[in-house]
Design a protein around this ligand. Structure first.
Ligand code: GLA
Length: 732
């Protein structure tokens, strides 16, 4: 029963295994947050905190007349803070009323507690299944002068230590404009935290950064129209002593793939206000009488066992209750993608040649990437012209798919459905279908514009052409790419006052398209991509159980990228391929073993022409595929422990412990060998049974669980780029 209500004192405790959000309703009106953190089991007398928290504000602070001037919201933790009603800090919500003013006071009206959780209709959301220990508290608040109803829903996922938050605003009064609406917001009573987030850019996504908080604001965001490679919609607040396995940490994320803001405001008395939601920059949403607005879903995670536990909770909920469909749980095919093998320069014969060799190696799915349509011999044309280039593929997609299928391989295809080339038939026909501002120069990125998915007819067109192609051939996989950020956001359809709705309307349109196609083609495996990992977020995972993690396929770069990505995303979602050397992005030559070992810790595949490998390397590839298929139930469904971080030293070590805790996969890789004598690195395992013995399958050696966790393996590099993948089994 993860929601408790003390009716006498009007205290709610929304809790999970280790996490509590306790709040009360002061004077039957004001929802005040009392505690966000470690689980509180006994809320006896906790209501006294309301008085303690509320009374006695700062000198000169404004006081609430409605509460006999006894309190000031300036110094308390509101449950979902609003602006101007004696609290003048960063609000969770601000609304411009019809008279142009910005103050709102949302007071308690009613609540209900229900089992389970409802899905959002128009946006991705965490769902629950029969038997899940999940409850939802729905709190209805009301701002009388504006007749606005604010509904806050908190769903506690007991076993995951995750509380999701939903926010809905309904207007029964005059027209208003939403200026800011956060998806999750909490106040923490001190500032002794480090801010941890994931930043980067193309080919260097999700690098971990950790910075102490200061009094003032600290945010990361995206104004790029997609969640982006530059900042991920995530941050964590970690205690100073928190490491991978010890200490308290709060994680915040969002099921949203567009512009976001995520951060904190630390006030002068060290209250830390944390928030995440749609970026208010270039956003504004007009609500007419009778209309409502649903914010993207916020996700809060709590761990008192360091980052690994936080990540485990995020990864598991993402894999089990955000990803959907047939491919959620089943082992997905090992694929080979021709992009780095051929780029645009291919014909049917060449593809068949590559596919034959792939089949001989044990690959299960052949993916044809960019360049198969229109006149696309480079990235300058044809996006939008989704008809096959017969010069390259005389037998069409259907003919090629048949040949690939006849070899015993599944066939998959690349698309970039949201983009349009200025040089394309589609652009000639519908020049107004892309995002643009009349009277201004329209900017290209990778020689393309973005279709305006805020428009229904454009979304319908995408659904239609995608459905036609998917129905015309045996296509069992789609790589859905999106290779630019939004600029020149505007259209000639919406009235001027609503232009700042376009970026969000685009996301709503995109989610509708993806949802429709997912449902229409349940047997197709959809993989997301955005110039590599430029749209790797929890929202996308609802439609894509796997996402291409980065265009950087170098094994060393991938150590950083996959390590950072694992902060909240599951390994089963991380597309990871072995590519050629010297690597095309960084020119580094790493051994085939290291490329294989690192890629095997994600969703495994190849991105090269296997015909170009030596016989010995080809044999290694065959072994890699066999090994991957043997271990992927552990690396994808087990618990991941980041034992050593590439951000902190020469060695990276990732442990994966199977669900039954009997099997372990341990990946260890070093980057360089330094000269002279260097200190040895210890790799200490986690989560084992200290009373059991374990056999290392690779060597036959047996060790005690206590040995492996407290003495561990000792490593010193003998050369650059060494790696190993150990399979360790509990002796029964
Ligand atoms: C993006 C993707 C690549 C590839 C190319 C094709 O960069 O990330 O994997 O599909 O587009 O143009």
């Amino acid at each position: 029963m993860p929601v408790l209500y003390d009716e006498k004192n009007k205290i709610f405790n929304v809790y999970t295994k280790n996490f509590s959000l306790v709040f009360g309703i002061f004077a039957d009106k004001l929802p005040i947050l009392i505690h966000c953190g470690k689980r509180i089991k006994n809320t006896y007398n906790i209501h006294k905190m309301l008085d303690y928290k509320l009374k006695g504000g700062m000198a000169f602070a404004a006081r609430n007349k409605e509460f006999n001037n006894e309190i000031s919201l300036e110094t308390v933790s509101a449950l979902y803070p609003t602006y101007g009603n004696t609290d003048v800090r960063m609000p969770a919500i601000s609304i411009m009323h019809n008279n142009g003013t910005m103050c709102s006071n949302f007071y308690y009206k009613s609540h209900k507690i229900t089992d389970g959780k409802e899905n959002l209709e128009i946006l991705p959301s965490v769902y629950c299944e029969e038997g899940d220990n999940v409850q939802t508290l729905t709190l209805t608040l009301y701002d009388e002068p504006s007749a606005l109803t604010l509904t806050l829903s908190y769903s506690a996922f007991y076993d995951y230590d995750i509380i999701t938050q939903n926010v809905k605003l309904e207007n029964a009064g005059e027209r208003v404009k939403i200026d800011r609406i956060m998806s999750a917001a909490v106040d923490l009573p001190d500032k002794d935290f480090d801010f941890v987030h994931l930043y980067g850019n193309w080919a260097r996504e999700r690098q971990i950064q950790r910075t102490p908080l200061f009094n003032g604001g600290m945010t990361v965001d995206s104004k790029r129209g997609s969640s982006s490679a530059h900042h991920n919609p995530f941050f964590a607040l970690a205690r100073k002593n928190t490491d991978e396995f010890l200490g308290e940490v709060f994680g915040f994320s969002l099921l949203y793939s567009g512009n976001f803001t995520a951060g904190v405001e630390v006030d002068s008395i060290d209250n830390t206000r944390a928030f995440i939601g749609i970026n208010p920059f270039n956003f504004g949403w007009t609500l007419e009488k009778g209309e409502s607005f649903i914010a993207p879903e916020g996700v809060m995670c709590y761990s008192c066992e360091g980052f690994s536990k936080m990540s485990d909770n995020f990864q598991k909920i993402a894999r089990q209750r955000i990803c959907r469909g047939k491919y959620r749980d089943i082992e997905r095919p090992v694929l080979l993608n021709n992009w780095e093998a051929t780029y645009f320069n291919f014909n049917e014969e060449k593809l068949i040649d590559i596919a034959k060799k792939a089949k001989a190696a044990g690959v299960e799915l052949f993916v044809l990437d960019d360049g198969w349509f229109g006149k696309r011999d480079d990235d300058k044309t044809s996006l939008g012209d989704w008809f096959v280039d017969k010069a390259k593929l005389p037998n069409g997609i259907d003919g090629l798919a048949k040949k690939i299928n006849d070899m015993g391989l599944k066939f998959g295809l690349w698309f970039e459905p949201e983009a349009i080339s200025p040089v394309s038939e589609l652009y000639k026909k519908h020049p107004d279908w892309c995002l643009h501002i009349k009277g201004r120069v329209q900017n290209e990125s990778r020689n393309e514009y973005l279709l305006d998915l805020s428009r229904d007819e454009v979304c319908d067109y995408i659904i239609e052409f995608m459905s036609d192609i998917l129905s015309s051939a045996n296509i069992e996989y789609i790589k859905w790419d999106m290779n630019r950020n939004m600029t020149d956001i505007g259209n000639e359809v919406l009235e001027s006052g609503r232009q700042c709705e376009i970026a969000h309307r685009y996301m709503l349109g995109l989610y509708r398209v993806l949802d429709t196609l997912n449902k229409k083609f349940p047997n197709v495996l959809f993989e997301g991509c955005s110039g590599g990992g430029g749209r790797f977020d929890l929202g996308m995972l609802q439609y894509f159980p796997q996402i291409w993690t980065s265009d950087d396929s170098d094994a060393v770069e991938r150590l950083y990228i996959q390590h950072g990505t694992s902060m909240l995303y599951p390994t089963s979602a991380m597309g990871a391929h072995v590519s050629a050397v010297p690597n095309h992005q960084v020119q580094r030559t790493t051994p085939i073993d290291m490329r294989g070992h690192v890629a095997m810790c994600g969703q495994f595949g190849y991105e090269l022409d296997l015909n170009k490998l030596s016989d010995e390397e080809f044999e290694t590839v065959k072994e890699q595929i066999k090994l991957y298929k043997k271990i992927s139930h552990i690396t994808h469904k087990g618990t991941m422990y980041r034992l050593l971080s590439p951000f902190e030293g020469n060695y990276t070590a990732w442990e994966f412990l199977s669900e039954d805790k009997d099997e372990i996969v341990l990946m260890i890789a070093n980057i360089i060998k330094r000269g002279g004598r260097v200190a040895a690195t210890r790799v200490l395992l986690k989560g084992l049974d200290e009373n059991a013995n374990y056999t290392v399958e690779n060597t036959g050696e047996v060790y005690g669980g206590d040995f492996l966790m407290n003495i561990g393996f000792t490593r010193k590099p003998k050369k650059d780029f060494e790696s190993e993948l150990l399979i360790i089994k509990k002796v029964k």
